[in-house]
Every structure is written in structure tokens, then in C-alpha cells.
Design a protein around this ligand. Structure first.
Ligand code: CP
Length: 334
């Protein structure tokens, strides 16, 4: 184990081969990847590598955030994101408070802003927030001195998921430049898809989305410019042709409105990622899914648990990537 303090940051108790280029970091909050530069994304991924080294030690804890208070504030259910943020904060020696919708005074009518004010008055330094309404973390960032991390807002964004997805791809492929990444599924309701589209295209990947036209979001087609340009291919077998990475999304049954799909059975027939369809992708293709997985709906069990699947690795990498983000935020930005 290396215990020599780095030139970068002695609290990490690690000697990094090249110092982290933390001077490129300009964020006080992490709200979406729209305003992340390539260099900032690369810094997050390099910092996550350092955190991986911390996590490989017998004692996976460094004093970096000692004395800081991190609150996870979840108005929607979560397993992976909430637990990995809690682990990440504890590994950096922060104090962690977990709050979920059912335990909040919001159930007695308190507004979001009042809840956030209360958390700040109690000394929160960073608030990790998931909310069913798109934009809620942006409101929080406007009102609070604490840093806000968007852990998923409505259909809009899930930037920390996209960053761990980018990290997982880079761990296998080195970088993303020129890779064909196919995102299959319910793009319309997917904050993961939106954040990945920004992150992947900033990193130089070629993104193809594949879904029924009714599950495409407004603004993705080439006539509009709400997203970076991506290819749209509704035929799954054509979309998968030559893919380096296949990202499958959960069909968000809780967010469906009537009439978007003829039936679940038809969706499964036309869009489920099966072993035979996956043969169209490159032999070394990676299969990803942000979870939770509806096995047997958007992905067949043999693909979800097959040799190309890196779904479990995505979850594991979430801790290192979220440690990296907490670390970078704690160093400050504008
Ligand atoms: N991927 C993701 O956000 O999972 P959770 O809902 O379990 O946090």
C-alpha cells in the first residue's frame, strides 16, 4: 500500500503518478453534463482512478472530508445511487445524513425550499438530491450556499450515472473517441439517456438511439438543437450493427402515459436485447444497464448475466466516481 502523501492532496494518502489537473474544475454544483468540458470529464475519471486505488486498500477510508456534512435527500426511491453516495462519503470520512421523502416534514406540507434552508441551517455542506420534478436541484442550487449534486431529476438528468457509465467504458476501452454506442429503450423518460448523450458526445463517441418513435424525446431529432446530434435508428438489428457498447434502458412503467406503446408484449418482441440480436454488435461489445433492470422486458436474463454484461461493474464503479465528485466539489469551484 502506498502511503506517501501526493503533491496534490495529502489527505488522499496516495502518491499519484501524475498530479490531478484539479485547476480545470469550475463547478460548485453538479447539475447536468451540458456544462462539463472534455477536460472536466477527464478529471473526474482520473480522480475516480485514484479513488479506486483507495478502495483497493484493506482500510478503504481517507480523511479528506473529515468535518464535512453530506446529506442525501431522496424524494424518489433509489438503491444504487443513494447507497453508493453514502459509501463514497463515509470512505472520505464525511458525516452522512440520509433523508427520504417519507421521513421529511414535506409530508406535513413543508416546501422544498424550506426543507433545503433547514438542511443548510443544520450545517449541510453538500446535498445529494433526487426529485421527481425536472429542475428541482437547479432551484436548490440557486437558493443554497451548500453544493448540490443532482442524483436524478424527473426525466431530465442523472449526471453521476452518466459519469460512472463513461468510467466503466473507459476502463475497458481506454477512451470513447469513435466508439459506436447504441442506447436502446425508453429514451423519452430517461434522465440517464439525456446525461449519457451529453457525456458520450463530449468524449467523442458516436451515439445511436433506438426506440419506437413514441419514446423519442422532443428535441432529439436533427431539426432541433436541444441535444448534441445523435443518430436515430428505430430498427434494433440495424442499430446494433457494429456497436462497441450497447446501453439498455429500463422501460419506466411508472412514467408511461397512455398510448405510447401498443402493448408491453409488442415492446418486448421488437426491442428486447436478446442474445441473437446482440450478435449484430461487435464480438467484444459491452452490455450496460443503469439499473434497476426489468429482466425479460428490455433485456433477456441470459444477456443481463452474460459474458458481455458489465452491469455489476457499473454499480461497483459508482462508489469511486461519486468519491471523485465529492472530493472535487469539496475543493471548491465558482
Ligand atoms: N441507476 C440508478 O439511478 O439506480 P437507483 O434508482 O437504484 O439509484
Amino acid at each position: 500500500m502506498m502511503t506517501t502523501p501526493s503533491k496534490d492532496d495529502p489527505t488522499l494518502l496516495v502518491k499519484t503518478e501524475k498530479p490531478l489537473a484539479t485547476s480545470v474544475w469550475s463547478h460548485r454544483h453538479i447539475l447536468g453534463l451540458e456544462d462539463f468540458t472534455l477536460k472536466e470529464i477527464e478529471l473526474v475519471l482520473d480522480t475516480a482512478d485514484t479513488m479506486k486505488e483507495v478502495l483497493s486498500r484493506p482500510i478503504k477510508r481517507v480523511p479528506t472530508l473529515r468535518g464535512k456534512t453530506i446529506v442525501t435527500l431522496f424524494y424518489e426511491p433509489s438503491t444504487r445511487t443513494r447507497v453508493s453516495f453514502e459509501l463514497a462519503a463515509k470512505n472520505l470520512s464525511a458525516d452522512v445524513v440520509n433523508l427520504s421523502a417519507s421521513s421529511l416534514s414535506a409530508t406535513k406540507g413543508e416546501s422544498l425550499v424550506d426543507t433545503l434552508d433547514t438542511l443548510e441551517s443544520l450545517g449541510a455542506d453538500i446535498v445529494v438530491m433526487r426529485h421527481p420534478h425536472s429542475g428541482a436541484p437547479y432551484i436548490a442550487a440557486k437558493y443554497l450556499k451548500a453544493s448540490i449534486i443532482n442524483a436524478g431529476d424527473g426525466w431530465h438528468a442523472h449526471p453521476t450515472q452518466a459519469l460512472l457509465d463513461l468510467y466503466t467504458i473507459c476502463a475497458h476501452r481506454g477512451n470513447l473517441k469513435g466508439l459506436k454506442v447504441v442506447i436502446i429503450g425508453d429514451i423519452k423518460h430517461s434522465r440517464v439517456a439525456r446525461s449519457n448523450i451529453w457525456g458520450l458526445t463530449t468524449m467523442g463517441a458516436e451515439v445511436t438511439v433506438c426506440c419506437p418513435f413514441t419514446l423519442l424525446p422532443i428535441g432529439l431529432d436533427k431539426e432541433q438543437h436541444h441535444f448534441p446530434k445523435v443518430s436515430i435508428q428505430p430498427d434494433i438489428e440495424l442499430a446494433l450493427e457494429g456497436a462497441d457498447v450497447v446501453m439498455v434502458l429500463r422501460l419506466q412503467l411508472e412514467r408511461q402515459q397512455g398510448g405510447l406503446l401498443p402493448s408491453l408484449r409488442e415492446y418486448v418482441k421488437l426491442y428486447q436485447l436478446t442474445d441473437s440480436r446482440l450478435k449484430k454488435a461487435k464480438a467484444e461489445a459491452l452490455v450496460m444497464h443503469p439499473g434497476p433492470v426489468n429482466e425479460g422486458i428490455e433485456i433477456s436474463p441470459d444477456v443481463a448475466h452474460g459474458p458481455k454484461s458489465v452491469i455489476a461493474e457499473q454499480v461497483t464503479n459508482g462508489v469511486a466516481v461519486r468519491m471523485a465528485l465529492l472530493y472535487l466539489l469539496s475543493r471548491g469551484g465558482e
